[in-house]
Each structure stands twice: as structure tokens, then as C-alpha cells.
Ligand binder design. Sequence first.
Ligand code: ZN
Length: 338
Amino acid sequence: MGKNYKFDVRETPVKIVTMARDIDYLEFIFDVGACDTSILHEYFNPTKTKQITTKRLDTLASRPYTYIFKPEAQEYRKNKNYKGTIYDITEDGISLLIAYGRITPWHAMLRKKLGHSGPHAFWHNYVGSQSLGSIRLGLKQAGITYVSKYELFERMDFDSKRSPLRVDLGTDSYIPDDLFGAIYPDHREMFLCEWDMRSEPTERISSAGTSFMDKPRKIETGLAQIKKHFGIKESPFKVLTVTTSEGHMHDIISKMRKMPEPIRELMAFQSEETFSPLSRGESIECPRCKGGKCYQCKYTGSAIRPPDARIFQRDWLRAGLDPFNIGGEHGKEAATAT
Ligand SMILES: [Zn+2]
């Protein structure tokens, strides 16, 4: 079997009946991308034991179902014992979502045009699924309606041969990494997202390659086209960047200070080092050890901190302007409640 036994597809001896919750898991993965068992658990089953979520996902990844699979790239994590299994959706899983009417074939076709490809794509996209997962969890806890990119695509006018995220700027283009909306009691807001794994320099050092600062410059010159493409009229919107390096974030923010105020107002930043595949994660006291050390934590007394709504709850930093909070007053209330 070799070292990759973890990625062999098992057979499940039990015949399963698909339940609404299974479809919920698939829809979440379809939207945010390949994600951890832990975020699916915190989002859908926070009051139950994690085994319920783990076992069900394992069954959904086993023959003859295989609605989800374990991407092999996760093998290269710094400490794979420290974090949960990452699942992505299969073509069969997508077909099941279509059969249940949760998505249409058009949505499935658009999903193929999104995201990055290449050797770093998996981890770049995983920074995105952890960030968006954390934001979705926060919106849910705060009672603010989340609007997926697929729903927003329906209202946009674009060339469906290309990624719906691609904004044509004449000789150039601007493509954010992700998109979502939120419906507040009194207004709607749209958020473009940038997921940054510290793989590009803040400023380019030669004419080759790209730098992060190309993005605010494109947003500045192409603001009218960006608003038109995403159907942003009077309503406010923001460009959220999550980076895995705090130093890189401060470097970007200091360079942002030269940008005009309307761009500094739009662009907001957070860093989260634990979203990097090189991170060992954050440890907490093992919740199972009641007085003594237990088998669950292998007698170490520590456990991995489960995913939470931190990306939603925290303030986003802006260059030369006050930070802002996605939830506004709702977010602050949700933050103090947890
Ligand atoms: Zn323990």
C-alpha cells in the first residue's frame, strides 16, 4: 500500500441514504473549495461530537459513492497529524448537487473556470477556503445572510467562455481570487477577495513576474470597469486580502499609503499565519483531558485549535484609515458573545 494508503479509496459496506446534511457538506465544498473536516463540523454540527462529521465524510468519500475525495497535495503539510483531513468535491458530487437542485449545470461549468492552477494552486486555494469558511461561520453566527459567488454570477453580465471573476481592462485584466456578498438588515454589500500565500513580492524587483502592488494599481485605474463588471452601483464594496504573513501584510499596508484615499478605503487586510501549509497550527489544552491525560491527545495534553470565525470577527486594517469590521455592530456583538 505504501505511504499513500490514506488516499486509497475505501469501500463502504453499508448502503447509505443521502441526507440533506450530506448535500449541505457538498454545497459548502463546492462554494469555498477543498476544505477541512473541522470547518464543516464547526459550521454544520457544532453541538455534536466531531466523530459524526468525520465518519460521514469518510463514507461519502468511499466506494461506491465517492462524492468527495482527499487531494494528495495535503500529504506535504508540515504536520499532518495536527490538522484534519482536507476534502474536495468530485464530478459525482457535483452531479448529485445538480440532481438535488442545489446548483445548475451552468454553475458547475463556471466553477471549472475559477481558481488557480499550477504547483501552488492547492495551498493558495486552501488559504481561500479557510478564510471564506471562517467568514461564512461568522456571518451565520451573527445572523447575516451570506450570498455565494454563484448567486452573484447570475446577476452579472460576462463572457461565459472566461472566468466570471475576470474584469477586462483593455490590454490588461483584473481577476480577484474570490467573491461573496452579505445581506444586512438595511443594505447589501459585496466583497472581492485576495488570498495571499506570500508567494509574490510586494514590489517586483525586475520586469518579470508580478507583485502584490499591481492589484491596487489595477483597481485604481479600472475602478469603473470593476464596478460595472460585478454590478456594483451605489452599494459599498470592499476588497479583502488575507495573507499568511504578518510582515508581508505590514509591508503591503505601508506601500498602500501612497495610494489615493478612495482605494485605501476599499482595500482591507488581515494576516493569519496558521493558514499556511508550513504552519504547525495553534494548540489549545485538550478538551478531552479531564484532570489527566487521555488517549485522544496521545497523552500530550494539547489539541489543535478548531477553526473559528476569527476572520469575520477581527477588524480589517487599512492604510491611513480606521479599520473596519465585516459584521459592523452585528459582528462586534457576535464576537463578544463567543
Ligand atoms: Zn487529552
